[in-house]
Design a protein around this ligand. Structure first.
Ligand SMILES: Cc1cc2nc3c(=O)[nH]c(=O)nc-3n(C[C@H](O)[C@H](O)[C@H](O)COP(=O)(O)OP(=O)(O)OC[C@H]3O[C@@H](n4cnc5c(N)ncnc54)[C@H](O)[C@@H]3O)c2cc1C
Ligand code: SF4
Length: 481
């Protein structure tokens, strides 16, 4: 523990963001780097608890008190080593993780938690800037070949671990660029793609082979994989979107959030998109259906595209501002959250259900009819009930559906392999991360359902251990989950 009185003397200070009017004019990251002295002060608030609940809060088991102490002592390089011991990609989690570690920080019981996530990203960014992170190909190769299907954080973490264990890894990605949702889902204002490219260049230099535009199930068959590789990891995500099949759904101007976000991300990468491919919110009345993080990403994107107005609808009631007695520490706080996109503008409506899309007479959406909901208790269970006479119309000439995902995309490689599925629409796997097909493993959202980057990395690490043990009879790779 660096400074025994740090948590008494120093207040939590959130990392700074660029001014809203400046960031709405570009696609660069919203946060600005924190200066080293401020980081040192924040790290010194860590109490190095006897039982560090933050370890349990972090799915990767990141050694948080250890690197807080090292930052306080100005030992950044060692801090980077300790961080990379448990996390392949701290530059992604340090930018994008909702930080369940902070929700379980002991200081959070009666004070503000330590700014763990900000320290994490500062350590890894400094390590890259100082040149401490360099390609380290494995000293020995095992002669075994592994195919990873999907290049999101789960596939990348599995590939990184298996390559370190000496296996020859090929990552197959159907898109034209590597990265999964890191590349085409998450907007650049949350993760600039140079951060992703920097890590991918390192992995390639260490021997991981990336094959883009390689749709397994179409360009490459499951039989090809089974005959050419000793092991296969399925990490194709859970991208089947939840639809809203109500009257007017077929009107033009209603899009899935992921299609909208992908087009903007492609454009930010410099791709030329046709008018049909690229959907712009410029001058439009935008309604986003779904109050979650994907919806917030659409909101930030629409504001940057100069929408006339943006409204985000959520069917659930507005959460409370602080924890309730039924949601105590160290549980994840079910509270009202304001993302950086919400700071930038737009309006949020809670307890609203969309009933119908209304057309303009020429096949385009012009508005939607919605209804207010009330939470009532029936036979001891809370339900949402329509409020009589509460129907109202909202102008909408661009509607974005951001209501979550229903599981792995069916058909294709999953059918060709004949893997067993769960009732939740995810790929079934055993405790060693193997699917019902011998030698075929699964990691990330494809077997968990839509989740978080930190879980995808943790899954990829654990799955790699399962694959390594299958190929070699034993494994020294870590398994955080
Ligand atoms: C818009 C959006 C924003 C998000 N923001 C955050 C955030 O800020 N923080 C956070 O923690 N989480 C966030 N998430 C969730 C997070 O991105 C996912 O949980 C995570 O990316 C899952 O990783 P994955 O590797 O399992 O799958 P994915 O990232 O979905 O990657 C799967 C990849 O597999 C490829 N693929 C699929 N099938 C095949 C095939 N047959 N052949 C070849 N390739 C194939 C796909 O093209 C894709 O590239 C967000 C999700 C969305 C949709
Ligand atoms: S990965 Fe997420 S939970 Fe783990 S230390 Fe980083 S911010 Fe916290």
């Amino acid at each position: 523990m660096g400074k025994p009185t740090g948590f008494i003397e120093i207040e939590r200070k959130k990392p700074a963001t660029r001014p809203v009017e400046e960031r709405l004019r570009d696609w660069r990251e919203v946060y600005v780097p924190t200066d080293p002295q401020a980081l040192r002060d924040q790290a010194s608030r860590c109490m190095d608890c006897g039982i560090p609940f933050c370890h349990q809060g972090c799915p990767l088991g990141n050694l948080i008190p250890t690197w807080n102490d090292l930052v306080y002592r100005d030992r950044w390089r060692t801090a980077s080593d300790r961080l990379h011991a448990t996390n392949n990609f701290p530059e992604f989690t340090g930018r994008l993780c909702p930080a369940p570690c902070e929700a379980s920080c002991v200081l959070g019981i009666n004070d503000a938690p330590v700014t763990i996530k900000a320290t994490e990203v500062a350590i890894v960014d400094r390590a890259f800037a100082e040149g401490w992170i360099a390609a380290r190909p494995p000293a020995r190769r095992t002669g075994k070949h592994v195919a990873v299907v999907g290049s999101g954080p789960a596939g990348l973490a599995a590939a990184d671990q298996l390559n370190r264990a000496g296996h020859a890894v090929t990552v197959f990605e159907r898109a034209d660029r590597i990265g999964g949702l890191l590349r085409y889902g998450i907007p650049a204002f949350k993760l600039e793609k140079r951060v992703l490219d920097r890590r991918l260049a390192l992995m390639a230099a260490e021997g991981v082979v990336f094959r883009t535009r390689a749709h397994v199930g179409i360009d490459v068959t499951a039989d090809d994989l089974l005959s050419d590789f000793d092991g296969v990891v399925l990490a194709g995500g859970a991208a089947a979107p939840r639809d809203l099949r109500i009257a007017g759904r077929d009107l033009r101007g209603i899009h899935f959030a992921m299609d909208y976000l992908t087009a903007q991300n492609r454009r930010s990468e410099g791709d030329e998109l046709s008018a049909g491919e690229y959907v712009s919110a410029a001058g439009r009345q935008v309604v986003i259906i779904g109050g979650g993080d994907t919806g917030a990403d659409c909101l930030g994107t629409a504001l940057r595209q100069a929408a006339a107005a943006v409204r985000q609808l959520e069917v659930m009631p507005r959460p409370p501002d602080a924890r309730t007695s039924g949601n105590p520490w160290p549980e994840w706080p079910q509270i009202f959250r304001v993302s950086t996109a919400h700071e930038e503008g737009g309006e949020r409506l809670f307890s609203v259900s969309t009933e119908e899309f209304l057309g303009d007479g020429h096949g385009r959406v012009r508005a939607l009819r919605a209804r207010r909901l009330d939470r009532v208790t029936v036979e001891g269970r809370p339900i949402l009930q329509p409020v009589a006479g509460s129907d109202f119309e909202l102008p909408a000439d661009l509607v974005l559906l951001a209501m979550g995902f229903t599981g792995a995309e069916r058909g294709g490689v999953l059918d060709q392999l004949g893997v067993r599925m769960t009732e939740r629409g995810t790929v079934w796997r055993d405790d060693a991360w193997m699917t019902s097909v011998p030698g075929v493993f699964a990691a990330g959202d494809m077997q968990r359902g839509q989740s978080l980057i930190v879980w995808a990395i943790a899954d990829g690490r654990s799955c790699a251990r399962g694959v390594d043990a299958y190929l070699m009879g034993e494994s020294e790779l870590p398994a955080p989950v």
